[in-house]
Design a protein around this ligand. Sequence first.
Ligand SMILES: [Zn+2]
Ligand SMILES: [Zn+2]
Ligand SMILES: [Zn+2]
Length: 335
Amino acid sequence: MQIFACPVCARPLYFHNQGCVCGAGVAFDPLAQGFGPLGHACRNRQTLGCNWQAPVDGAPCLSCAMTRTIPDLRMPRNIGYWVATELAKRWVLAGLIRLGWFGPDDPGPAPVFDMIAEETGIELVMVSMGHDAGVIIINVSEADPARLADRQSRFGELHRSMIGHMRHEIAHFLHWRLMQDPGFADGFRALFGDERVDYAAAMQAHYANPMTSDASHITSYATAHPHEDWAETAAHLLHHVDIVDSFDAAGLRATADGLIGGDAYATHDTAALLRRSGTITLALNHINRSMGLQDLYPFALPPRVKEKLAFAHRHVRRATNPAIPATEPFQPTKL
Ligand SMILES: [Zn+2]
Ligand SMILES: [Zn+2]
Ligand SMILES: [Zn+2]
């Protein structure tokens, strides 16, 4: 993520800021990727702390407009979970807009979000996160740090996070859209396997006997089914792009790469991107240890996984990939 400038005094502004220390109220324009004066604020500015601009006064912003279902607000703590979840969603969407998704030049649909809490005013419900034909279900209750820590440990997923959930579920959505692109399905199946194999049976087998990540899968969950392999791989690709972009935006310098000063979202060179994020994450892992924290990114990337990351990189880079006609009409297939 970039670090932005106040439109009034040019002091630095961070992605979540609603105002500047100079006193100016500001709003983020996701299409221009920068802060402007308040103008038309998103209608959720007060309730959710959403700091994005809306097309007209009283309207939702591009991100809030994608949320179809909101959590049960009779439980007061669900508001805080929802706020944190929407912030993670905006963060991830801002990056995807830079890659060419969901802006005015994207002819296809954007995802629809059901934001569900486990605690309702009536009962406790189990919320399974997932994507189905354009609709993404997110469990906002995982924005509770204690609950998240419990699941990180229970599922052996120490890097489980709301940003990670967003990237994973939106990656399923992107797959659903990318299946429209000529050649995508064949290229996908050659690397990830045939996603038409029985999903429910594969999940049952995975949970009965979880495999560890191996030379061709980035995580244990990626071994469960080609759909999950794609979602995990594409989510990690988006992590790498964001890590490099955020590192550069912070004005830090790393040695041994050729991307200094470049745009991590525009580069075509997956090998250079991964080399650079590798250098950066090794350094940041070391810094995290100085605080007794977990490594920022403790995953190794075997060659086969890098091949899959390069495939995901090629296809999620919609705006700058000339092989993809930007105006292709979207015709969803039933998967
Ligand atoms: Zn200012
Ligand atoms: Zn909003
Ligand atoms: Zn998934």
